[in-house]
Design a protein around this ligand. Sequence first.
Ligand code: NAP
Length: 447
Amino acid sequence: MNENRAIKVALLGAGSVGSQVARLLLEQADEYERRVGTRLELIGISVRNPDAKRDVDLPSELFTTDPERLILSADLVIELMGGISPARELITLALESGADVVTANKALLAHHGAELFELAERVGAQLYYEAAVAGAIPIIRPLRENLGGDRVERILGIVNGTTNYILDRMHTRGDTFDESLRIATELGYAEADPTADIEGYDAQQKAAILASIAFHTKVPVEEVYREGITSVSIEEIEDAKRAGYVVKLLAICERLIGEAGEPDQVSARVYPALVPNAHPLASVHGGNNAVFVEAKAAGSLMFYGAGAGGVETASAVLGDLVAAARRHLLGGPGSGESMDANLPILPVDEIVTRYQISLEAADEAGILASIARTFADQGVSVQTLEQAAPVEETEAHSGAEPVSRATLVIGTHQATEGSLSRLVQALSASPAVHQVNGVLRVEGVNS
Ligand code: NAP
């Protein structure tokens, strides 16, 4: 029999993740006791509706609709309600009462993380959030602790399973975006309102969290450039395939070395990008997540696995709970977040990457030279050019001679976002170009 008194654990939320956390806490109580050195006692579960049907059967006497009271009786609090309010107020209450808190709430951390970390540090408590990014995959602790003595230079993350499922389906089955989204919804990969996933908001929140930890700098979510995947066409996927790429929605966090005594800058951004087939992220299929980290001394590391799912995410939550329980027994202040590097954030226009531009042009002599001049005028140099077979078209009402049009897919060398957007404007205005079909950035290539 263990001599320490039981550690009282309060759970806020019993949805997909919370119900699995409760189940495992109850089922594996003896194992946790051996592992931690004392019993973890689940003293209550706060929900909106105690009578709602749950994924698992849990003892009805644990349910309450009074989270404040529950928190004030607990040593450790697990927040799995999601959303900003009342999660923010309840975590504040828990930290102020001296309890360590475990949360999976990326939205809350992306918007109010700095305030909560400061509070935790002030009161000597600790806020754990391994499950907030990439579900079951350990990535927060590796960045905070294992790589705490290294310098992270770049993170490329597939951190949203819904969009990875959709893009993977478009790539492997040739389905359109709408068809892939419909199937993702039927299979439970996408929510009834998929906006947060397909418009990149979920990945944006995760990018803000990853960049903040990796670069020891507060990166506000509003500073993370974001594009979703709704405009990715099946033609772009096919072009990518032909050129040896796959399209992935990436969360990109980069540290750019300052020149001539200037400080380093950081960039965090989310957009669909072309990833070379040989890159490890290209083989992340279905709803899986992966985070590819490049660190100065460690080199390249990849963290891969289930980025969501109730029981999978519960694994990360319970890992944090075990760490919190051990800290509770040992005492001492929390380890806090190191956010004091305060590196400036690179303006979006100055982001440098490579691009692939698909456009339609008249299939006439001199057109290529004219397009090449437009590229040169904007300071963007062409690296590759592929031309699809020309098609003949006649305007339905004109009775004119058919015109022949060619689709060109042009890969560029590195250029800034600013020069790229000026280039696209110039191409759209050029008489040589019928229309610009789309632009995708190329990531995961060194030059
Ligand atoms: P969920 O299924 O929607 O469950 C939310 C739970 O919180 C429900 O039990 C709900 O009570 C309770 N709740 C919500 N608002 C409340 C309020 N105002 N007062 C009291 N209780 C309230 O959510 P989830 O999918 O488990 O996600 C929980 C957290 O984990 C979120 O922050 C999410 O971003 C994060 N996360 C989830 C996953 C995943 O795969 N699901 C993966 C990674 C991270 P009722 O049951 O009574 O409605």
